[in-house]
Design a protein around this ligand. Structure first.
Ligand code: MLC
Ligand code: AMP
Length: 516
């Protein structure tokens, strides 16, 4: 049997291959035949490049159906897909390309100059361009390729993708996901969320992270269901497409913004069967207000780049209630335990470290065996860096309610991580950029509550003696250096940072001082 994830999708294509697979926001319709032919041409192009086994294909392009086809073609040809956030700037791209050493890099025409310079410097020989309007050298080169391709044989533990994530500490690490990791999770979610061939997925998420690329796209592909494909979250488009959709996924900011839109009503959701939230905590007030406004109970689930999806609230009422503030039960086949700092299981209701095991758990960090070892326990559990509890109680506006013993609640993180609008930001990374700036002696970066993004990045800096630091100038400089979502929304200049007796910066004190 071929364990290639693309072979699984192919086996589930609908009988009518002329049916619509993707409808775009600008009025284009792609059939399943179109997907088959486009991925065949792109796979043939990749194979024609005579790449070594296991080659990485690194991609930083705007969202388009062709970008999805490039991902699928990479799977189909048996190579390893490496998506990169379009917000990443030179220093970030330099690190990823240097670390992953991709054989192929695909970027936008606008970025071709600087991206190709970085790629060539790191030894990449094939650099193509691809734009959201189908322009660029990638499709030009693929157009003369045959439109048939036999999906390459792959084993379940062969690599399918590498997703860079900061994991629990330090510099970005490439989480290696295999065909088996992705297909087992896709099959589990297919069952758990009741995917149907007549579903219509409103796809508004970016496709360079687990949520949009795997959880959302795989769901529709495996069901043979249609996707309405929008480049990004846009309220006008959402109001236009939601009445024709049955499933939507978003990070909590999506639901916060929908509630801010007075035109969004229960009528807008008349055909919807499922709204899913994840990637960051969904506030209970958002969960409640959304139910009140739309008549729909958001299904919150929990996962991460290293593991794809782990835990989900129930889809089917017969299996239990969706409880706001919790992330539900471990998915079938996934084991989740909560342990104390000594690694001993916590009793129900007690808070501890969340550790997981299952066929979905990744193969390790790319070329970092040491880091990989650190993140697993001796008995093979992956340490998520999240802190949670089974059971206990949730306190909301309407009082306290008991949570069933098998439901997990994420209460925080042991990793120093900020999640802003569903994107991860590592304080240490931002601090190192700030510390290198002229006049800056030291800095501390914290996350503070933010009505739209859930958490916002804030920096507190101390100037060198005599230096005059200017908030706007510091922010302006950072904007050219790092992805815009990582740039602090505010930078406070202070005479000194609060420290404990060990000399460690007291970030909790800064959060209290600047979080309001
Ligand atoms: C944009 N901006 C952000 C931001 N997104 N700032 C902080 N956090 C964010 N997430 C800033 C930009 O820098 C810019 O600032 C301004 O907001 C407008 O930019 P924009 O691009 O127009 O913003 P917008 O389109 O409104 O984007 C917001 C968003 C987007 C929430 C729609 O961030 C988004 O789609 N997030 C989804 C992330 C996601 O898919 N995560 C899944 C990870 S997978 P300025 O100053 O330049 O004007 C994962 C595993 C799992 O975590 O469990 O799923
Ligand atoms: P990433 O590394 O981008 O894959 O982000 C994974 C992290 O997002 C997890 O380790 C959690 O901290 C967080 N996360 C994902 N889903 C949820 C959720 N439903 N509630 C709280 N945190 C979540």
């Amino acid at each position: 049997m071929n364990a290639n994830l693309f072979a699984l999708f192919e086996s589930r294509f609908p009988a009518d291959r002329d049916a619509c697979c993707i409808e775009t926001h600008d009025g284009l319709y792609y059939s399943w035949n179109d997907l088959d032919r486009a991925t065949a041409k792109l796979a043939n192009l990749l194979v024609s490049l005579d790449l070594p086994e296991g080659s990485r294909v690194a991609v930083q392009v705007e969202k388009s159906p062709e970008a999805l086809f490039l991902y699928l073609a990479t799977l189909r040809a048996g190579y390893v897909y490496l998506p990169l956030n379009t917000a990443y700037q030179e220093a970030e791209i330099d690190y990823f390309i240097g670390n992953a050493e991709p054989a192929v890099v695909v970027c936008s025409t606008a970025n071709f100059g600087w991206v190709s310079r970085i790629a060539f410097r790191h030894g990449t020989r094939n650099v193509f361009s691809l734009d959201e309007d189908r322009a660029g050298t990638l499709l030009e080169r693929a157009s003369s390729q045959p439109d048939r391709f036999d999906t390459v044989q792959r084993n379940a533990d062969d690599l399918a993708a590498i997703l860079y994530t900061s994991g629990t500490t330090g510099r970005s690490k490439g989480a290696m996901l295999s065909h088996g990791n992705l297909s087992s999770n896709a099959l589990t979610l297919h069952q758990a969320w009741g995917w149907r061939s007549d579903d219509v997925l409103l796809h508004m998420l970016p496709i360079f992270h687990v949520h949009g690329l795997f959880v959302a796209s795989h769901g529709a592909l495996l069901a043979g269901a249609k996707m309405i494909w929008a480049p990004k979250l846009d309220m006008n488009q959402l109001l236009e497409y939601l009445p024709r959709s049955t499933v939507m996924m978003g990070v909590p900011t999506y639901y916060v913004r929908m509630l801010q839109e007075p035109r969004f009503t229960a009528e807008t959701c008349r055909n919807m069967r499922l709204f899913i939230s994840g990637s960051a905590p969904l506030l209970l007030e958002t969960f409640d207000a959304f139910r009140e406004r739309s008549g729909h109970t958001i299904l919150e689930r929990y996962g991460m780049s290293e593991t794809v999806m782990l835990v989900s609230n129930p889809y089917d009422k017969a299996e239990g209630e969706r409880i706001g503030g919790t992330v539900g039960r471990p998915l079938p086949g996934v084991q989740v335990r909560v342990v104390n700092d000594e690694g001993k299981p916590c009793p129900v209701g007690e808070i501890g470290n969340v550790e997981v095991k299952g066929p979905n758990v990744f193969q390790g960090y790319w070329r970092m065996p040491e880091k990989t070892r650190e993140e697993f326990t001796a008995d093979g559990w992956f340490k998520t860096g999240d802190v949670g509890r089974f059971g206990g109680a949730i306190v909301g506006m309407s009082g306290e309610r008991k949570v069933p013993d098998d439901y997990l609640t994420i209460v925080g993180r042991s990793k120093d991580l900020i999640i802003s609008g569903g994107y991860n930001v590592y304080p240490k990374e931002i601090e190192s950029f700030l510390d290198e700036m002229p006049g800056v002696q030291e800095s501390a970066v914290i996350g503070v509550p933010h009505a739209d993004f859930g958490e916002a990045v804030i920096a507190v800096v101390v100037g060198k003696p005599g230096a005059q630091l200017d908030e706007a100038a510091l922010i302006g400089t950072l904007k050219h250096r790092i992805a815009n979502f990582k740039v602090p929304k505010r930078i406070h200049v202070v005479p000194e940072l609060p420290r404990n007796t060990m000399g460690k910066v007291q970030k909790n004190v800064l959060r209290q001082q600047f979080g309001g």
